[in-house]
Design a binder for this molecule. Structure first.
Ligand code: TYD
Ligand code: MG
Length: 472
């Protein structure tokens, strides 16, 4: 009966052909409450959330999932008998890159690298791939975005060549897997994860379900054969890697490549790292022939510092294990708006609002009617309370129009009572400042003996008021 109806509905298609169309078993499930449906829906009827439906493959098809071994072939082993892969790390030779990864690329690890379009992700990974392939082994660079000749053009420009660097321009995962098995590379780069799709799902490449499924299968391969895999991911408008949190949970390491398109500095930052410290940063400069490492970032960040201008203060911030000196700038100017503007780039705007309130209440500056702009020079971002006193000093300096001495560095966290609190690694911060020729440093009250070997004048302050008295 059913067939007759079908013949009636599709008179042009022979029934036998229709039967051969593979039925992909998938359903849509709400990522918020788990409600399942055969169709995509905008709003979940169960929990009422919007845009939470994601296509998922049925478990019944699990046998088609890539697996190098029979079921149950992997047996539990005592931990003492498992070989550590730590010594076998692949070293790219790009020191800034290796340090962010925790000393090298761990075999079998999955590393996600995100960043705005055009920031230099493909450039960085092509350079790293060429280096790894020269020294460590075969690298398979899978590009779904660029053709082989485009990549060749880029590598001509970068001077990155090696016979062991293989380029594969392919977007279908099922076509990629046989090549991985045949080539057996030490490193795979997938540029980008949003362009690769699996035929097992119907949704478009780049959708959450595709990104998740492709990453999951690549993870299985890389863990089983012990290949390190880099996944390049695009960043959405709100700054998250598309195919959001699911990917970050799945991978071993999450890196962000950031920078201001107007500047040439690029910062590689670890957000999650199972094999090393997070908050470690690597600094690069985008040149005509690719990315160049910046071994002394402070010098670069301070190179354009104006002299004798109010509102500019140098702070010493610790990024990972490294102290970095950067210039903080503030501009306070009279506002004719009812709600004066408060803008901060490179530092947390909420933190800046709090520090402005402290300046008003504890120091008595009348900032209510002023527009206040705070900026970190060079397009870097700092996320550390130790720059609080620096922000406060820059705002006060601009408000009073009195410059802060250019050879002075300011360090300290500020509490709500206007007190200056201690910071970590004060010795490292000060020795970096003294190395770069600074002569004086405003610091919180500390134990004297930490600073035995540091040749820089230190002035200890216990409150914001005291610090401003010394500086302005
Ligand atoms: P790209 O690596 O393609 O960015 P992503 O993969 O993150 O989208 O980088 C593209 C930008 O880098 C482009 O705007 C030009 C610039 N660039 C240079 O300045 N010098 C170079 O040698 C290269 C290869 C790129
Ligand atoms: Mg790219």
């Amino acid at each position: 009966m059913y067939r007759i109806i079908r013949i009636f509905i599709y008179p042009l298609h022979p029934v036998s052909l229709l039967d051969k169309v593979p039925k992909i078993k998938s359903h849509f499930s709400c990522q918020s409450c788990g409600y399942q449906s055969t169709k995509w829906m905008g709003r979940c009827p169960e929990c009422g959330e919007w845009n939470t439906f994601v296509e998922e493959r049925e478990n019944a098809e699990d046998k088609t999932r890539w697996s190098g071994e029979e079921r149950g072939a992997v047996k539990p082993i005592p931990i003492s008998e498992i070989e550590s892969c730590y010594e076998k790390k692949l070293i790219s030779g790009i020191a800034e890159f290796d340090r962010v990864l925790g000393g090298g690329i761990v075999p079998g690890s999955l590393i996600l690298i995100g960043g705005d379009p055009g920031i230099g992700k493909s450039t960085l990974l092509l350079q790293a791939s060429a280096k790894v392939s020269k020294d460590a082994g075969v690298v398979l660079y899978i590009s779904g975005e660029e053709s082989g000749s485009q990549i060749r053009l880029r590598s001509d420009r970068l001077g990155s060549f090696s016979d062991r660097l293989l380029i594969l321009s392919e977007t279908c995962l099922e076509d990629i897997i046989p090549h991985i098995e045949k080539v057996n590379p030490s490193l795979i780069v997938v540029d980008s994860i949003q362009t690769i799709y699996t035929t097992q799902l119907q949704s478009a490449p780049g959708s959450i379900s595709q990104v998740r499924e492709v990453s999951f299968q690549l993870m299985q391969i890389s863990k089983k054969i012990g290949i390190a895999t880099f996944l390049i991911g695009h960043v959405t408008k709100d700054g998250a890697i598309a195919g959001p949190r699911v990917l970050e949970h799945m991978v071993d390491t999450v890196l962000y490549f950031e920078g201001d398109r107007g500047h040439t500095f690029r910062v590689l930052r670890a957000i999650k790292n199972r094999f090393g410290s997070v908050n470690e940063i690597g600094v690069f400069e985008m040149k005509n022939n690719g990315l160049e490492e910046v071994t002394n970032p402070s010098e670069l960040f301070l190179s354009e510092m104006p002299s004798n201008i109010s509102g500019s203060v140098v702070v010493s911030s610790i990024e990972g294990t490294r102290p970095i000196l950067v210039e903080l700038q503030a501009l306070v100017s009279y506002s004719n708006l009812n709600m004066p503007r408060r803008m901060a780039t490179g530092v947390d705007p909420n933190r800046v609002s709090l520090l402005i309130a402290i300046l008003e209440k504890r120091v008595g500056l009348h900032l209510q009617g002023e527009d206040i702009f705070v900026n970190v020079a060079g397009g870097v971002r700092i996320d550390e309370p130790a720059v609080d006193l620096g922000i406060i000093s820059a705002i006060a300096s601009s408000f009073k129009d009195k410059p802060v001495d250019a050879k002075t560095v300011v360090v300290g966290e500020v509490g709500l009572a206007g007190e200056v609190r201690g910071v970590t690694h004060i010795d490292k911060r000060l020795s970096e400042a003294s190395k770069l020729g600074f002569t004086r440093c405003i610091i919180p009250k500390i134990k004297r003996d930490i600073l035995r070997d540091i040749k820089i004048e230190t002035i200890e302050v216990s409150s914001v008021g005291e610090a401003l008295e010394v500086l302005l």
